[in-house]
Design a protein around this ligand. Structure first.
Ligand code: ADP
Length: 251
């Protein structure tokens, strides 16, 4: 072996490289663990509809030809669970896509007309009174129209699902950002619930959310999209009195 004389400052460089390397390994491990957790959560969510479909298909096989009511119930359950799975898979794909900023397609759009379009859709679908409060006829913003549409859809869908009265939308502009707030007068959230609703798969009441077709992914997707635009999403809520979800988008 030949002894190599290293320059005097090389020890420090090596130790610095070691620190950077350890940091990278920690980050990779953390990401890997998150990924594993995600796959396990997603599989768990898919397991429930799959086992319901399996049970009903057995029932159908055993009694479906003889008993009409078994046939009707089984077909209905299988169809509804398949729709839930379809929705969940769609949301999982949206989550994977929206984690990448480079997927955004920016263009100048009129936010007032976008909000009005979403309101029209929900007024018809939910037969609800949704009122827009704004001083503006037009508000131009550079953003990914389809993605911001998706955020509005998620927030308005929640406001309609988790409340029974009318829903208010406020559209405002400050020096650097556009604010869109969606206020409902529903059941609201406790402080603990409020701090967790943006977590993946989190639902305040799993049974109720399952009935309303919830996956616990909507708000996570909305937050990723708003983050990717350099904006923020905040929630203000009082238990028993309703919630206001606000998004702030820079322009
Ligand atoms: P979900 O598909 O279950 O609606 P979200 O991520 O959109 O998933 O919301 C997570 C949970 O937060 C919901 O299951 C619900 O319990 C709660 N939540 C969301 N929006 C509201 C709201 N406007 N009022 C009350 N609770 C809400």
């Amino acid at each position: 072996w030949k002894k190599i004389d290293l320059p005097s400052n090389s020890k420090d460089e090596l130790s610095q490289m070691g620190t950077v390397y350890n940091h990278m390994i920690d980050r990779l491990r953390e990401n890997f663990e998150k990924q594993e957790e995600f796959v396990s959560d997603a599989s768990h969510e898919l397991k429930t509809p799959i086992s319901i479909i399996k049970s009903y298909s057995h029932l159908l096989d055993r009694w479906g030809k003889e008993k009409e009511e078994v046939y009707e119930e089984s077909i209905h359950a299988i169809r509804s669970e398949t729709e839930k799975m379809e929705h969940l898979v769609g949301q999982l794909l949206a989550l994977a896509k929206n984690q990448q900023k480079e997927n955004l397609q920016f263009a100048s759009i009129d936010v007032v007309s976008l909000v009005q379009e979403v309101i029209r859709l929900f007024t018809v679908t939910y037969n609800r009174k949704i009122i827009l409060f704004t001083d503006f006829h037009h508000l131009q913003l550079s953003c990914d129209r389809e993605k911001i549409n998706q955020v509005l859809y998620i927030l308005l869908d929640n406001a309609c699902k988790y409340s029974h009265d009318e829903v208010h939308i406020y559209l405002n502009k400050s020096q650097h950002e556009i604010e869109i707030s969606i206020q409902d007068f529903g059941e609201g959230l406790t402080d603990t619930e409020r701090s967790r609703i943006f977590d993946r798969f989190y639902r305040v009441d799993k049974a109720r959310s399952r009935e309303t077709g919830g996956t616990g992914l909507g708000l996570t997707i909305a937050q990723h999209i708003v983050d990717a635009h350099g904006g923020k999403i905040l929630v203000n809520s009082e238990e028993g009195h309703g919630s206001t979800f606000s998004i702030y988008l820079p322009y």
